[in-house]
Design a protein around this ligand. Sequence first.
Ligand code: ADP
Ligand code: MG
Length: 273
Amino acid sequence: MIEIKNVQYIYNAGGDDTKEALRDVSLTVQDGEFVALCGHNGSGKSTLAKLMNGLIEPTRGTVTVDGLVTSDKKNLFDIRKTVGVVFQNPDNQMVASVIEDDVAFGPENLGLPPAQIEERVQWALASVGMQEHRKGTPFRLSGGQKQRIAIAGVLAIKPRVMVLDESTAMLDPVGREEVLEVVTRLNREEGMTVIMITHFMEEAALADRIVVLNRGMVAGEGGKEIFADRALIENAGLELPLSARVAADLRERGLALDGNVTLPEELINALCR
Ligand code: ADP
Ligand code: MG
């Protein structure tokens, strides 16, 4: 679905404040996959997100979305219909003062007929469990609810890929849970490809695959077992999920915990054994 090949990205190339954000990144995301992208601040995550829907084009290398290369301008309309991006701050993503108008904005811009716009608004709001708020205003909602509206706005375009760029970072634990529930369900039930950028390792552990970015390079990737590699995670400026950290500390002190321990249930089971 997405193929990133030897991508370098330099901001302000040639200027005095030139900055190489990505050095040489190669990454393939399959249709229907749920990938977590993790890395310290400044490791290049948002740059990668912007490359994936053609907001910027690589300095070197190629990004291909469902067979369409992002550096060809005539592909951009289709690429942006295919890859929707949800950003960090829900307040910056609201465009209208009535929720249904906000969600209709994307399909209206696609030039869809009114009946189809209506159908999509209903479906998108139902998908995030916000249909009863459709006539309301986004400004009175909680952070989690606002972010669900932002997701509905992206969903209404019916993208096959959703990129969430630290979309839970500004939310409280309840809001974070709401958003994760919606995203996980869209992936499992609707087959939507999800790329979730996060620095919460507990969230990353929900994904099928975890990609660790460090200083503009892929430092490692794999399933949850990647958290057994404490050095990889900590060298990348990240923290192990709490349960993995407790397990690693206990092992270092000589307690022989068996199995892969990333989630709280796994820690409890390992301790009981
Ligand atoms: P992350 O999302 O992982 O925090 P970013 O992709 O935002 O990282 O940034 C990667 C690097 O590129 C950082 O060093 C950042 O300061 C730099 N950078 C990001 N955006 C710009 C920009 N618009 N102009 C110049 N440098 C930028
Ligand atoms: Mg970022």
